[in-house]
Design a protein around this ligand. Structure first.
Ligand code: PXP
Length: 247
């Protein structure tokens, strides 16, 4: 199953920096162009309800700036689905969203929200997008993702990243096992497993080594690291670490 692991680069926080001054610089469309030139396999964007980073008019500008597939993260709301239907991203990734959170704190509870998520999935599939569900790595969530007809599940690695940061070796091992089992379970059900949230140069290897995973999506760390070494170098280094972990 192990092949090349795709790297999706989330460029939301280029827009966060731009919005701090309300002007046009730095432009996330230029970051998308540069990410493509640096070996990224996809561009991920999250149009949040409060528009704290990516804005509506960024979507088409970013799409025009790159040939890479765009993965649009979106809340399960009529407003976002209507925008998604017009934008027709390569992939629509449904995520939970709370206004007060700093970032997406947990997976979407597709098991508990089946009746809300089902029409959202079919609307985006009718628009021609692949649907991805950002979930916790559990067998129940994956079973419901299959019932919902999702092509992809993105497994939330936020808990893994926190355990890693805390130096909890036993916790890290258990969480990697949970992510590995969830990746296998997804493949068994014909769903493509992806992973993301909180991934860094330091913690990427055990995740990249999971052979069933097809893609990781990484944002905050790469944009932060770009301040020191540049976006191109940050993406190239992450690419090299991912390849090393799979070798
Ligand atoms: N995947 C999903 C579904 C996300 O919502 C996010 C951002 O919260 C990421 C990946 C990237 O996470 P990070 O910015 O921590 O790399």
């Amino acid at each position: 199953m192990s092949g090349r692991l795709r790297l999706g680069v989330n460029i939301d926080h280029v827009a966060t920096i731009r919005n701090a001054r309300g002007g046009a610089h730095p432009d996330p469309a230029r970051a998308a162009e540069l990410a493509q030139a640096s070996g990224a396999d996809g561009i991920t964007l999250h149009l949040r309800e409060d528009r704290r980073h990516i804005q509506d008019n960024d979507l088409s500008r970013i799409q025009a700036a790159t040939d890479l597939p765009i993965n649009l993260e979106m809340a399960v709301t009529d407003e976002m689905i209507s925008i998604g239907e017009r934008f027709k991203p390569h992939a629509a990734c449904f995520v939970p969203e709370k206004r007060e959170e700093r970032t997406t704190e947990g997976g979407l509870n597709v098991a508990g929200l089946h009746n809300q998520v089902a029409p959202a999935v079919s609307r985006m599939q009718t628009a021609g997008s692949r649907v991805s569900l950002f979930i916790e790595p559990t067998a129940v969530q994956i079973a419901v993702a299959e019932i919902l007809g999702a092509e992809v599940v993105e497994l939330h690695t936020g808990h893994y990243a926190e355990l890693y940061q805390a130096g909890d070796a036993a916790g890290v091992e258990a969480e990697v096992e949970r992510l590995r089992n969830a990746s296998k379970e997804a493949r068994k059900r014909g769903i493509e497993p992806h992973a993301g949230h909180g991934l860094t140069f330091e913690n990427i290897a055990p995740i990249a080594a999971i052979p069933e995973l097809a893609e990781v999506n990484i944002g905050h760390f790469l944009i932060g690291e770009a301040i020191y070494i540049g976006l191109e170098a940050a993406i190239s280094k992450m690419r090299a670490l991912m390849d090393q972990a799979r070798a």
